[in-house]
Design a protein around this ligand. Structure first.
Ligand SMILES: [Zn+2]
Ligand SMILES: [Zn+2]
Length: 74
C-alpha cells in the first residue's frame, strides 16, 4: 500500500490528501489549507475577499461590515 507522510504533523497515512494549493501531502486531519497553515492561505483569503470587493474594510473584517448593513436597515 502507498503510504505518505503528512507534511504538517509527520504522521504516516494510507489516505494521503494533496493540497490543491501547495501540492504537499497531508493526513485527513490536516488536508484543509486552514489546518496545515498552507503557505498559500493568505493568497486564498485575498482571492476570496477580492471576489467580493471587501478589501477596503481591512482589519475590521466581517463584523464591522455586517454591523453597517444591519444598522442601515433599522
Ligand atoms: Zn497531519
Ligand atoms: Zn496547502
Amino acid at each position: 500500500m502507498n503510504t505518505e507522510t503528512c507534511a504538517y504533523c509527520g504522521d504516516e497515512t494510507d489516505m494521503p490528501f494533496q493540497c490543491n494549493y501547495c501540492k504537499d501531502q497531508f493526513c485527513p486531519d490536516h488536508r484543509l489549507p486552514e489546518e496545515h497553515r498552507c503557505v498559500k492561505l493568505s493568497l486564498i483569503r485575498a482571492r476570496r475577499f477580492g471576489q467580493r470587493g471587501v478589501v477596503r474594510d481591512g482589519g475590521r473584517g466581517r463584523r464591522g461590515l455586517l454591523g453597517r448593513i444591519f444598522g442601515r436597515r433599522q
